[in-house]
Design a protein around this ligand. Structure first.
Ligand code: NAD
Ligand code: MG
Length: 392
């Protein structure tokens, strides 16, 4: 048994909390070296008391100062700022980094972990959407290992040949089938979507998640981002990745082989399963998840996504086909639009309109360096913000 020394980026979020839940079940296997949050001082303090990390990181100095006060009687050193996130992601005494910050803010620390050759448990899909090619290069150059946490990609990983090294054809793989729950609006009358509220959008039928990814699930942008994520993780062409709606969220994704075989991974919808899989890989450990009771579930059903209902999914395929900086624009525009929707500044349907506008205005830009992508990200955010302002 290998003991793993962990940094958990985004420890105070949904994925972070689930990760610590699994870690707590196996104290002999996992040691926590660093925990990070944005500004939830109390939650991070409680986590630090339980897991006694060497470092804790918060984003701003005022919050860090507050945490230092609370943890004064402990051995945990409190750091602050983006630089500190990169520092704890690349510590020599850390071998495994859970990358579970939400949004573009997760890119810098994930890249630092890649360059330092860590085993990266990647939850932050935005890293691959914004900068897939650069990130995969950094993983290779740094000798890092990438294990997907996103349940679909974790399922694909488990259904792929164990020695898969990036060539689908060489392994007789025909397609990757990503499943999607369809979110809370799968059957709602399309004419009523204009009236959707943030409360309705974040009420996911099967999963408990952060607010941003919950809205992404309602628009199916989440699946769009996951198509792009799969493109980079498994070196697949867009036409080799298909989305199928599966409302029960029991099959988490599938791999179809040339002989007609389809391999799938099934489990109850609980993120502790993919988290435990990646934490212990290649071993298997108990995750605290209830056992799958197929007779009680009764039926597994499937349908094709309707792109009239879910225009964001089509926009994601478009951005992937356009390549270059288009996925970066998609991700940035989406972060701005979702935030505006959650703060009641735009209606639900304007999320897709904002993306369409941003893709048109900032499209076609090539990106040769990471700095080009950062510039495209900035420009897309400002174009999206202006558009949203014009709607008011
Ligand atoms: P969340 O909002 O619950 O947690 C986000 C974490 O990131 C928190 O710890 C927060 O403090 C931190 N954070 C936010 N902004 C930050 C910033 N600017 N700088 C530093 N830290 C910051 O989100 P979540 O649901 O846990 O999702 C985390 C990531 O995992 C996302 O990329 C999401 O797409 C992905 N993911 C989540 C799920 C899920 O079931 N929740 C499933 C698959 C993938
Ligand atoms: Mg997912």
């Amino acid at each position: 048994m290998t003991q793993r020394n962990l940094t958990i980026l985004g420890a105070t979020g949904t994925i972070g909390v689930n990760t610590l839940d699994v870690v707590a079940r196996h104290p002999e296997r996992f040691r926590v070296v660093a925990l990070t949050g944005q500004h939830q001082v109390e939650r991070l303090a409680t986590q630090c008391r339980q897991f006694r990390p060497r470092y804790a990181v918060l984003l701003d100095e005022a919050k860090a100062h507050q945490l230092r006060g609370v943890l004064a009687d402990t051995e945990t050193e409190v750091l602050c700022g983006e630089q500190a996130l990169e520092q704890v992601a690349s510590l020599p005494e850390v071998d495994t980094v859970m990358a579970a910050i939400v949004g573009a803010a997760g890119l810098g620390p994930a890249l630092a972990a890649a360059r330092a050759g860590k085993r990266i448990l990647l939850a932050n899909k935005e890293t691959l959407v914004m900068a897939g090619e650069f990130f995969m290069q950094a993983v290779k150059a740094g000798g890092a290992t990438l294990l997907p946490i996103d349940s679909e990609h974790n399922a694909v990983f488990q259904s792929m040949p164990p020695d898969y090294a990036g060539d689908l054809a060489a392994h007789g793989v025909r397609r990757i089938l990503l499943t999607a729950s369809g979110g809370p609006f799968r059957t709602r009358a399309v004419e009523t979507l204009a009236a959707v509220t943030p409360e309705e959008a974040v009420a996911h039928p099967n999963w408990v998640m952060g607010r941003k990814i919950s809205v992404d699930s309602a628009t199916m942008m989440n699946k769009g981002l996951e198509v792009i994520e799969a493109r980079w993780l498994f070196n697949a062409r867009p036409e080799q990745i298909e989305v199928v709606i599966h409302p029960q969220s029991i099959i988490h994704s599938m791999v179809e082989y040339l002989d007609g075989s389809v391999l799938a991974q099934l489990s109850n919808p609980d993120m502790r399963t993919p988290i435990a899989h990646a934490l212990a890989y290649p071993d298997r450990v108990e995750a605290g998840v209830s056992w799958l009771d197929l007779a009680r579930i009764g039926q597994l059903s499937f349908e094709s996504p309707d792109t009239r209902r879910f225009p964001c999914l089509a926009l994601a395929y478009q951005a992937l086909a356009a390549g270059g900086g288009a996925p970066t624009v998609l991700n940035a525009g989406n972060e701005v639009a979702v935030d505006a929707f959650l703060n009641r500044r735009i209606p639900y349907l304007a999320i897709a309109d904002t993306l369409r506008h941003a893709l048109e205005r900032v499209a076609g830009r090539a990106a040769r360096e990471l700095d080009d992508l950062r510039e495209i990200d900035r420009e897309a955010r400002s174009v999206a913000a202006d558009y949203i302002h014009s709607l008011a």
